[in-house]
Design a protein around this ligand. Structure first.
Ligand code: NAD
Length: 541
C-alpha cells in the first residue's frame, strides 16, 4: 500500500435467512436443489489456474439417497501434486508482493458473491452432498463462510496496524510477511465454511496454498472454487487437489518449501501428520507452522438448580442438529438426579417430534449421516449399548441404510460414567447421559474434566452462581469454548473464536486474529536517520 491508509468496510455478521414457507429464499434454494440433483457435474483438479482431468475418478452421491450419483471428481497422481507445488511457488513471486488492499478486495468480493448470486447454489450443494437441512446449510455454507471472509479482512488490517514505538532518531516498522514457501490446507467434510476458510485465510495473508478437501465434501468445494475464481484469486494462489490423502500428504510434506499446515479433521490423522512433519524436519527451509483443530467429546453438565426444559432443549439441539456431526456437538451429558425426570420427559418429547428424511423436504430436522463407514460405526455402538448391562437405550436406537444413511437420534443412559460412549468421539446422532447425585456437584465436575482426552466445547447449566463459578474454575482446561446456560454448538465468527486444546487441537481459534498470526512471519525494519560515525560513547571520556 503506497498511496493511502485505507479502511476496510466494518465486518458485520451475515444475517441468517429464515427459509419460511413461501419466502423467496426458500423458492430459490428448492429450485436450485432440483436443478443440481438432475445435472451431473465433473470436478477437475485445479492447478495453477487450470482445470486438470486425470482420467482416474470417483463418484459423488447424496448421503440421504446414496444410489443417486451427483457427479464425479478426478483424483490426482503424485505428478499433479508436484505440479501444484511448483505452480504455487511460481505464483508466490507475485502474490506475496501484492498490496494488501488488492488481496482484501478479492476476498471481500468472494463474500459478496456468496451472500448474493452463489447463496442458493452453495446451500443446495451442501444439502445435496453433505445432507444438511437448509438451516444447517445456511448457517454454515453461506453465513459462516461469508463471516470468515469479511472478518479475516478486518483482522488482517488490525494486525498490520500493530506497530512498535519509534523515536525521532529511528523509525521502527513491522512488516507482516507471508511465510516463505507454501501452505497445505486439509479440510473436513462437515463444514463448507471450514473448507473455504482454511485455504483463504492463509492466502489472504499473502501465502500460496495447496488445498485438499475431504472426499465427502468435493461437491460444495467446487462451488467454493468457482467463487474464488470469479472473485479474482490469481492462478496458482489456491490449488485444489483430490485423491489418496496419504499420497498427497506425503508428497506435500516431503517438499523443502512446505511452510505450514492448516488442518481440520480427526485427531489420529492430525497426530500422524505431525509425526511425519517431525521426520521430515531436516528437509525444510523453514520451521513449518502446525495448526490443527480436531475431535471433541463435548459435554453438558446440569446442576440441580438448572431449568429442565432449557437443559433438554440444549441437548436436543446441541446433540442432534446435523446428526451430531459437529466437532462441538454435545455427546456426553451429566444431569443432576432431582431434575433428570423432567429433563428426560422433555427430551423424549422433543425426539418424538423430530422428522427424519431428505433435506429436500424442509420440514425434516434430521437427515442422513455422511457415509456408510460412519453409519456402520454408529450402528455398531448402538448394538453394543443394546447388549451392555451398564447401558440402556431410552430413545431411538434404530437405523436403516436402504435408501440413505439414516440413524435415528439415540439417547443412551449409562450407570458407568466411563462407559465407552462417554469417552469416545462417535460423530453422529448419539448422546449418552449419566445421572449424578445432587450432592456430588464438585466431584462430578472433576469427573467431567478427567473423562475425555479432548477439550473442545462444553456447557454448564445452573441458576446458582456459586455452582457456575465452581464449574468455570474446575473445568478451566476442559474446553476451549465454554458455555454457561447454553448449548455447546453454534460459535459465530467474530463473536466466539473457535478451537480447543488437549487432544482437540492447537487452539489457534479460527475466526479470530489469533489464527491469522500463524500465517505470517514478521520482519522488523529499523531505519536510523542520522547514522553514527564514531564508535566512542560519552562514558569513554
Ligand atoms: P477426517 O480426519 O476423516 O478427514 C479430514 C481430512 O483429512 C480429509 O480431507 C481427509 O481426506 C484427510 N485425511 C484422512 N486421512 C488422512 C491421512 N491419513 N493423511 C492425510 N490426510 C488424511 O475427518 P472428517 O471425518 O472429515 O471430519 C470429522 C472430524 O473433524 C471429527 O473428528 C471432528 O471433530 C473434526 N472437526 C473438528 C473441528 C474443530 O474445529 N475442532 C471442526 C470440524 C471437524
Amino acid at each position: 500500500m503506497g498511496k493511502g491508509f485505507f479502511e476496510v468496510p466494518i465486518a458485520i455478521n451475515e444475517p441468517v435467512l429464515g427459509y419460511a414457507p413461501g419466502s423467496p429464499e426458500r423458492e430459490a434454494v428448492a429450485q436450485t436443489y432440483k436443478e443440481m440433483y438432475h445435472n451431473s457435474v465433473e470436478v477437475s483438479l485445479y492447478i495453477n489456474g487450470q482445470d486438470v482431468s486425470t482420467g482416474d475418478s470417483a463418484t459423488m452421491s447424496c448421503p440421504h439417497d446414496h444410489q443417486h450419483v451427483l457427479g464425479s471428481y478426478h483424483k490426482a497422481e503424485k505428478k499433479h501434486i508436484e505440479q501444484a507445488i511448483s505452480g504455487a511457488l511460481e505464483a508466490r513471486k507475485q502474490w506475496s508482493q501484492m498490496p494488501w488492499e488488492q488481496r482484501a478486495g478479492i476476498f471481500l468480493r468472494a463474500a459478496e458473491l456468496i451472500a448474493g448470486p452463489y447463496r442458493a447454489k452453495i446451500n443446495a450443494a451442501t444439502m445435496l452432498g453433505q445432507s444438511k437441512t437448509i438451516h444447517q446449510a445456511e448457517i454454515d455454507a453461506a453465513c459462516e463462510l461469508i463471516d470468515f471472509l469479511r472478518f479475516n479482512v478486518q483482522f488482517m488490517t488490525e494486525i498490520y496496524s500493530e506497530q512498535p514505538e519509534s523515536s525521532s532518531e529511528a523509525w521502527n516498522r513491522l512488516e507482516y510477511r507471508p511465510l516463505e514457501g507454501f501452505i497445505y490446507a486439509i479440510t473436513p467434510f462437515n463444514f463448507t465454511a471450514i473448507a473455504g476458510n482454511l485455504p483463504s485465510s492463509a492466502a489472504l495473508m499473502g501465502n500460496v496454498v495447496i488445498w485438499k478437501p475431504s472426499d465427502s465434501q468435493v461437491y460444495s468445494a467446487k462451488v467454493i472454487l468457482d467463487v474464488f475464481k470469479e472473485a479474482g484469486v490469481p492462478p496458482g494462489v489456491i490449488n485444489m487437489v483430490m485423491g489418496d490423502p496419504v499420497m498427497i500428504t506425503d508428497t506435500v510434506l516431503s517438499s523443502p518449501d512446505f511452510s505450514g499446515i492448516h488442518f481440520t479433521g480427526s485427531t489420529h490423522v492430525f497426530k500422524d501428520i505431525w509425526k511425519k512433519i517431525g521426520l521430515n524436519l531436516d528437509r525444510y527451509k523453514t520451521y513449518p507452522r502446525i495448526v490443527g483443530e480436531t475431535g471433541g467429546k463435548d459435554f453438558i453438565v446440569a446442576h440441580k438448580t438448572s431449568n429442565p426444559k432449557q437443559v433438554a432443549t440444549a441437548i436436543a439441539r446441541g446433540a442432534f442438529e446435523f446428526q451430531g456431526q459437529k466437532c462441538s456437538a454435545a455427546s456426553r451429558c451429566y444431569i443432576s438426579r432431582s431434575i433428570w425426570p423432567d429433563v428426560e420427559k422433555h427430551l423424549k418429547a422433543d425426539l418424538a417430534s423430530f422428522k427424519m428424511g431428505s433435506p429436500e423436504d424442509m420440514s425434516n430436522f434430521i437427515t442422513a449421516v455422511i457415509h456408510e463407514g460412519s453409519f456402520d460405526k454408529l450402528a455398531g455402538y448402538i448394538d453394543r449399548a443394546k447388549k451392555d448391562e451398564n447401558a440402556e437405550i431410552i430413545a431411538g436406537g434404530n437405523y436403516d441404510k436402504t435408501k440413505g444413511y439414516f440413524i435415528e437420534p439415540t439417547v443412551i443412559k449409562t450407570s458407568d460414567p466411563k462407559y465407552t460412549t462417554m469417552c469416545t468421539e462417535l460423530f453422529g446422532p448419539v448422546v449418552t447421559i449419566y445421572v449424578f447425585e445432587d450432592d456430588t456437584w464438585e466431584k462430578t465436575l472433576h469427573l467431567v474434566d478427567d473423562t475425555s482426552e479432548y477439550a473442545l466445547t462444553g456447557a454448564v447449566f445452573s441458576e446458582d452462581r456459586y455452582a457456575l463459578e465452581l464449574g468455570v474454575k474446575i473445568l478451566e482446561n476442559a474446553a476451549g469454548n465454554f458455555y454457561i446456560n447454553d448449548k455447546p454448538t453454534g460459535a459465530v465468527v467474530g463473536q466466539q473464536p473457535f478451537g480447543g486444546a488437549r487432544a482437540s487441537g492447537t487452539n489457534d481459534k479460527a475466526g479470530s486474529k489469533l489464527n491469522l498470526y500463524r500465517w505470517i512471519s514478521p520482519r522488523m525494519i529499523k531505519e536510523t536517520f542520522v547514522t553514527p560515525t564514531d564508535y566512542r560513547y560519552p562514558f569513554l571520556g
